[in-house]
Design a protein around this ligand. Structure first.
Ligand code: PMP
Ligand code: GLN
Length: 385
């Protein structure tokens, strides 16, 4: 008897959990899983405590606590000039549930989903669980730019949606306005929905993040996803949201209602407060991350890796071919024992495993002293196979 349904065939556990467990077991410095090691705005934490003590502990509305929904509406207006109403936002259990809701709510079995490769691992799992077929379009080193001809070639008459991610995990690429205009033109030409995962919307370093939904004609066909985890450094709270036209948001919510229904009652008003009153937090966080990026990237380059310096996110990618391992996975599995550091092999984010074979992702959403400790450990031992 098979232990699981076929919809889970080939879907392992997430590489992030696997590598964090390895870090915990070996006492390694964890430059793998992307979570910050400093807290979000103190007023937000206090608001959560107050909500918890103030009786906000029963089911919130599945659609989202009104304060949070209103705060997302205000955020989209203030930052991007988008005018939404409450029916155009749904709160979710992290961006992860918004992604799941979008794919389950919008993709029929056999529908094709065009996705940027390297991809975030939950996309692959949820496309498969929804019965969809993924069509990756590869972002290639050194710049990880989006090739619009390759995107056009990936679209067929079975394509239902494009699953976009900018700023992009794991490469740190931030799609340019020209690239996004190309995506928009193709989406309109082929009448496609775009799910735009923009969880790193505030984490860019001197380049502009352009929300796809702000391009002419695109709001009507875009589901935009974000998360307090990234914007306010509370990844464990799992408060996310999707926004877009009411019919598309209703489809996300239609699936989400049967996943968690609702979650995070005392956390939702706290995130609402942060969204309304703590824009300055994003700027500080992005400035800190930029300095941490530079620290990490310079240190890794000194160790002999080819470093692809990112314009956004928590992550930098390096090529480790110089060290003679068969692939980045072998390098990453040896690293905790050898050097006491954990990183993520990017190969697992590719269908075209050759393309990602020697790429390794390092997280810099860690305090400078943690990054320095990681670099010192790497410098103290030979890294060759
Ligand atoms: N999308 C991307 C691109 C991510 O990197 C992550 C996780 N960090 C998520 C979605 C999931 O976000 P959440 O933790 O809010 O579920
Ligand atoms: N998004 C985080 C990363 O890319 C991890 C999320 C997770 O552990 N599922 O590292």
């Amino acid at each position: 008897m098979a232990a699981h349904a076929h919809r889970l065939d080939g879907i392992g556990s997430t590489i992030f959990a696997e590598m964090s467990a390895l870090a915990a077991r070996t006492g390694a410095v964890n430059l793998g899983q992307g979570f910050p090691d400093t807290d979000g705005p103190p007023a937000m934490l206090e608001a959560a405590v107050a909500a918890l003590r103030g009786g906000r502990n029963q089911y919130p509305p599945g659609h989202g606590t009104p304060e949070l929904v209103d705060a997302v509406v205000a955020h989209q207006r203030r930052h991007y000039g988008l005018e939404l109403d409450r029916s155009q936002v749904v709160a979710t259990t992290g961006a992860t549930e918004a992604i799941a809701g979008a794919l389950l709510g919008l993709v029929d079995p056999g529908d094709e989903v065009v996705v940027l490769e390297p991809y975030y691992d939950s996309y692959v799992a949820m496309i498969q669980i929804a019965g969809g077929v993924r069509r990756p379009v590869t972002l290639r080193a050194p710049d990880f730019r989006l090739d619009l001809d390759e995107l056009a070639a990936a679209i067929t008459e079975r394509t239902r949606l494009i699953l976009l991610n900018t700023p992009h995990n794991p490469t740190g690429a931030v799609l340019t306005r020209a690239e996004l205009e190309g995506v928009a033109a193709l989406a309109m030409e082929h009448d496609l929905v775009v799910v735009a995962d923009e969880v790193y919307e505030h984490l860019t370093f001197g380049v502009e993040h352009v929300p796809l939904a702000t391009l002419p004609g695109m709001f009507e066909r875009t589901v935009t996803i974000s998360s307090a985890g990234k914007s306010f450094s509370v990844t464990g709270w799992k408060i996310g949201w999707a926004s877009g036209p009411a019919e598309l948001v209703a489809a996300v919510e239609g699936a989400k209602n049967w996943l968690s229904f609702a979650s995070g009652a005392p956390l939702q008003p706290a995130v609402a407060l942060a969204l309304n009153e703590h824009d300055e937090f994003h700027e500080r966080l992005a400035a800190d991350l930029r300095a941490q990026r530079d620290l990490l990237c310079s240190g890794l380059a000194e160790l002999g890796m080819t470093v692809y310096r990112p314009d956004g996110t928590y992550f930098a990618t390096t090529d480790v071919s110089a060290f003679g391992y068969d692939d980045g996975r072998a390098f990453c599995l040896a690293l905790p024992e050898r050097a006491g550091v954990v990183a993520i092999p990017s190969q697992v984010f590719y269908d075209d495993t050759e393309e990602g074979r020697h790429l390794v992702r390092w997280a810099f959403c860690k305090r400078p002293q943690v990054i320095e400790e990681g670099l010192a450990r790497l410098a103290a031992v030979p890294l060759e196979a």
